[in-house]
Design a protein around this ligand. Structure first.
Ligand SMILES: *Cc1c(COP(=O)(O)O)cnc(C)c1O
Length: 422
């Protein structure tokens, strides 16, 4: 039934029926520990003095790349009317769309892995010690320029890795899929990155990027489909979110469960964040992945348990969607395997609805997002399927990108959404 609906590109909803009863134990059995997340957090703290200098936008957060959390209950009320549903609890939005440096969720994982690689190289060559002031890294641009970083991307990962790498001095090659937006390629070129475009989709761009770096010992390939480092970079979000909620006197617990809706492409971003959230909040957080009806690769992989052995093309879908950040046909096996018994569910959403929510968000909350970033909104609607959501529940829409979209493009998105708002 689910497969049939997915094939017909109907918006669908899947609840995980093999959830582990012991979240902590399940997470620990996957070769990633709480200490690994803390280690990633410490690394980002070490880099803060450097980031402050390289990116003045991080001055406000003292060199930490973090995004605001905002209550959007007015949006909630409008959505309830628009969709004819009742949403129990309060609705918040996590504005990764406004993360410094690259304006998307990729400013977490992508940048983390570049920094980790730079640190590894500088440690190995005895140029840097862990107790040093990392702003010293500014003087190693020439050293780092001997090395190259490569990545395959639909756009945003390339943008975050490209900008960060170039600032540190690395050479950069970004292998872009056909959905990558022209302005993203242009911006990368302005930063001195090499941009290679393919006529095919994301999977091919990653494959070509991987191939091109295989025979070059000075080239490091950031593998979006398999990277534990990317995953850890994303996971750091959780503890910081806990802090942000606490400043609003919100303590997640039995009487205040947290529901999080995360747009999902290959899975690294939402997967890493969910891993962090589950480690932080255990059974009191429910995480759902949101995907386009044209590209529900994670739902397909988890539901069939085939992970990366099945692609959306195999069930006749085209993997073509306005949500370019989510245009991925085959999910990450790494992420699927880690989360198969802890992720609470997945759902898919049409391009039309993403546009509709985009325009609503613009009008009601004055927040401008790219289509991918609205995928999670549908979770608020689908969750009527879940019985008895606590009236004190906190719902969190993870808004994954948008801040760097050129105003003209944004205007087009908003106009498109007008059509469906009626
Ligand atoms: C990349 C991206 C995602 C999803 O991240 P994955 O790691 O590919 O699952 C979501 N939204 C936007 C805007 C993105 O660029």
């Amino acid at each position: 039934m689910l497969l049939e609906n997915l094939k017909q590109m109907k918006e669908s909803y899947w609840l995980n029926d093999h959830l582990s009863s012991d979240v902590k134990e399940e997470l620990n059995s996957k070769g990633i520990t709480y200490e690994d997340i803390e280690d990633a957090r410490d690394r980002l703290d070490r880099f803060a003095p450097l980031l402050k200098i390289l990116f003045p936008a991080t001055l406000k957060t003292n060199g930490i790349i973090e995004s605001p959390l905002q209550c959007i209950n007015t949006f909630k009320e409008k959505l309830e009317i628009l969709e004819g549903v009742k949403i129990n609890g309060d609705v918040f939005i996590k504005l990764d769309s406004h993360l410094p440096i690259s304006g998307s969720i990729k400013a977490r994982g992508g940048i983390y892995e570049v920094l980790k690689h730079a640190e590894d190289l500088l440690f190995q060559n005895k140029l840097l010690k862990i107790e040093d002031d990392y702003s010293k890294i500014l003087t190693f641009k020439e050293f780092l320029s001997q090395y190259k970083i490569a990545v395959g991307s639909t756009g945003n990962l390339g943008l975050s890795i490209g900008i960060m790498s170039a600032k540190l001095g690395f050479k950069v090659s970004v292998h872009m899929s056909n959905d990558a937006k022209e302005w993203k390629k242009q911006m990368l070129k302005e930063h001195g990155c090499e941009v290679i475009t393919y006529e095919s989709d994301y999977g091919k761009a990653v494959e070509e990027g991987r191939k091109s770096s295989q025979n070059d010992p000075f080239c490091y390939f950031i593998d979006d489909e398999n990277s534990k480092n990317l995953f850890l970079g994303y996971s750091v979000a959780a503890k910081r979110l806990k802090g942000q909620l606490q400043t609003l006197d919100i303590i997640i617990g039995d009487e205040r469960p947290l529901y999080v809706y995360l747009p999902c492409g290959v899975g690294g971003g939402p997967g890493g964040i969910s891993y962090g959230l589950k480690s932080e909040f255990g059974k009191n957080v429910k995480c759902f992945f949101a995907e386009p009806t044209h590209s529900p690769c994670m739902m397909l992989g988890l539901y069939t348990k085939k992970h990366d052995l099945i692609s959306v093309n195999d069930i006749g879908l085209d993997n073509k969607t306005a949500a370019d950040g989510l245009a991925v046909g085959r999910a990450s096996k790494l992420v699927g395997k880690i989360l198969e018994n802890v992720i609470d569910g997945c759902f898919s959403v049409s391009d039309e609805n993403m546009y509709k929510y985009l325009t609503l968000m613009h009008k009601i909350e004055n927040i401008d997002l790219e289509p991918s970033a609205l995928a999670g909104v549908k979770g608020l609607v689908f969750n009527k399927e879940l019985n008895n959501i606590h009236p004190n529940a906190i719902h969190l829409i993870w808004a994954t990108g948008g801040n760097m979209v050129p105003p003209k493009e944004m205007q087009k998105f908003i106009q498109e959404g007008e059509k469906y708002l009626g």
